[in-house]
Design a protein around this ligand. Structure first.
Ligand SMILES: CC(C)(O)[C@@H](O)C(=O)O
Ligand SMILES: [Mg+2]
Length: 574
């Protein structure tokens, strides 16, 4: 990039830095120590989700400095800014979780507004936890300025009595403890051992799933998703991203050149192949929506159905994110998928090259069993399955990776909030063979579509994971295992059938056939619907009220600007 001269008359930052009328604007930039030369170079927004809420984001400030060095080395002027996060692990199991999915929208919106307001020419975005990853990528596609995504990296595995552990073991320990199968002392020991470093939850949970997506969709540099947060090699990826963003400006390569329908299919493919988080079936439609591409839960489910499950990662399998990185990272997973025809190789990426070109130097590693060859998979279909039926006309999702059985039928036991169900689980006032139904927890109903790891992990920890099924219009953690069906739509709050079910109605789920049915006739459902009345969710003002008013259905990604609208007028072109 040495000597690259950028034509400022074509870049958005000209509105801030060029001509006599912008003298006041330049005064502010001089006030922050910028030189004349720096002011007239391209301005690159370095958006970081750094804060002290959780280990996922704590290393982002360090990494952002490396990005800035890279930008400066390639004759750009980096401008760092931070946005909020809500970290699921700490928001879990209480009202705080209602803020989680809503935070994805706030992150996307806040990055959008900072970029627009200051006319930055490009964006390098760093994100470390479940909602900040999709939120940051959504902002990139929405703004459509040259962008590179950087993941903060995974946490290192913990160790408990010689066994590697993750946060999942602590959530499940709560269930063991509740049935007196674990002592207070052991619970104390495990909670102190599970999280030994900075970084996002360590297995193929939601953050690592979306990090895998960031490489497969083409917005992140190859290998950059895999290195754990404390590893100094992350800083090298960050430096390179900083240099590379200047090249993307020069070549005018934008996120919507990258995030195409085929790229979204590639993203869904790596989720299924790695037994990733069900949350991806929300985030991929949301990302698609930013690009004006129709790609809903059923499109995601169709890819899931035809994709082999090859990466033996927790929660369904044996290994964690660090293990995947050590054997070859996301490129190794993509290599076998590409070689066996499961990925589109012709999609452009932020390297300026296609997926197939990026893969040219990647060699298959036969000396490992973290990723199996795609022609010899763990199972022939993906680790996550879409469902549809009279209980979920707008679809539902279940993770089958690692599950012994794929069919379940039993009488419903209904709860109108997660708390009511958690209480029944803790006091064991439910029976083996039942289908626990948690409703009024959808995007509008909660509001906020809570993630329910406390309840599902408690069930699993009690040894009830495959003895009951759980269905909800809310959602699950990437660490959830057991027969747990989420995103059931339409949600109860808008009159969906899940709100019409009564205790004892027989519910049948078949993950092989892809169905979810309640044994009620259409006539009976109609009669019950006539008696149904909407409920007040208790939020009359503030961010969650606003979210509940605007949010669309889970099937289309639970976005707050639904209705087929997307940002057609990329701000960089104005
Ligand atoms: C706390 C977890 C495990 O990170 C969860 O939020 C997830 O979705 O994976
Ligand atoms: Mg989560």
């Amino acid at each position: 990039m040495d000597g690259q001269v950028f034509d400022k008359t074509k870049l958005p930052s000209r509105h801030v830095t060029e001509g006599p009328s912008r003298a006041p604007h330049r005064s502010y930039l001089y006030a922050m120590g910028l030189t004349k030369a720096q002011i007239h170079q391209p301005l690159v927004g370095v958006a970081s989700c750094w804060n002290e809420a959780a280990p996922c984001n704590i290393s982002l400030m360090r990494q952002a400095q490396a990005v800035k060095k890279g930008v400066a080395a390639a004759h750009g002027t980096p401008r760092e800014f931070c946005t909020i996060t809500v970290t699921d692990g700490i928001a879990m199991g209480h009202e705080g979780m209602k803020s989680s999915l809503a935070s994805r929208e706030v992150i996307a919106d806040s990055v959008e507004l900072t970029m627009r307001g200051h006319c930055y020419d490009a964006l390098v975005g760093l994100a470390g936890c479940d909602k900040s990853l999709p939120g940051m990528m959504m902002a990139m596609v929405r703004l459509n300025v040259p962008s590179i995504f950087i993941y903060g990296g995974s946490i290192l595995p913990g160790s408990f009595r010689g066994q590697p552990i993750t946060i999942q073991d602590v959530f499940e320990a709560v269930g063991k403890h509740s049935v007196n199968a674990m002592s207070d002392e052991d619970l104390d020991e495990i909670e102190q051992a599970a999280c030994p470093s900075a970084g996002a939850c360590g297995a193929q949970f939601t953050a690592n799933t979306m990090a895998t997506v960031s490489e497969a969709i083409g917005l992140a540099l190859p290998y950059s998703a895999g290195a754990p947060a404390p590893y100094e090699i992350r800083d090298r990826f960050c430096m390179t991203a900083g240099e590379m963003i200047m090249e993307l400006i020069a070549r005018n390569i934008r996120p919507r050149d990258i995030v195409t329908r085929k790229a979204l299919e590639n993203a869904a493919t790596v989720v299924a192949a790695s037994g990733g988080s069900t949350n991806a079936s929300l985030h991929l439609p949301a990302l698609a929506h930013e690009a004006g591409i129709e790609f809903d839960l059923f499109d995601v489910a169709e890819i899931f159905r035809r994709t082999p499950y090859v990466a033996d990662l927790k929660p369904g399998g044996r290994y964690v994110a660090k293990d995947l990185f050590e054997v070859g990272g996301v490129p190794l997973l993509m290599k076998t998928l590409l070689d066996h025809g499961f990925l589109h190789g012709d999609c452009l990426t932020v390297t300026g090259r296609t997926i197939a070109e990026n893969m040219e130097k990647v060699r298959w590693n036969a000396d490992q069993d973290v990723v199996l060859p795609a022609n010899k998979p763990l199972t022939k279909t993906g680790g996550v399955v879409g469902l549809r039926g009279n209980l979920a006309p707008d679809g539902a999702i279940v993770k089958v990776a690692g599950m012994k059985t794929q069919q379940f039928s039993g009488p419903a036991r209904c709860f109108d909030s997660e708390e009511e169900c958690f209480e029944a689980v803790s006091s064991k006032t439910f029976r083996e063979g039942e289908v626990l139904v948690i409703r009024y927890e959808g995007p509008k109903g909660g509001p906020g579509m809570r993630e329910m790891l406390s309840t599902t992990a408690a069930l699993y920890g009690q040894g009830m994971g495959d003895k009951v099924a759980l269905i909800t219009d809310g959602r699950f953690s990437g660490a959830t295992r057991g027969f747990c069906i989420g995103h059931v739509g339409p949600e109860a709050a808008v009159g969906g059938p899940i709100g019409l079910v009564r205790d004892g109605d027989v519910i049948s789920i078949d993950a092989v056939a892809g169905t979810i049915e309640v044994a009620l006739t259409d006539e009976e459902l109609d009669i019950r619907r006539r008696d149904w009345k909407p409920r007040d969710n208790g939020f009359g003002s503030g961010a969650l009220w606003k979210y509940g008013q605007g949010v669309g259905p889970a099937r289309y990604g639970a976005v707050t600007h639904p209705g087929g609208q997307f940002e057609r007028r990329a701000y960089a072109d104005v």
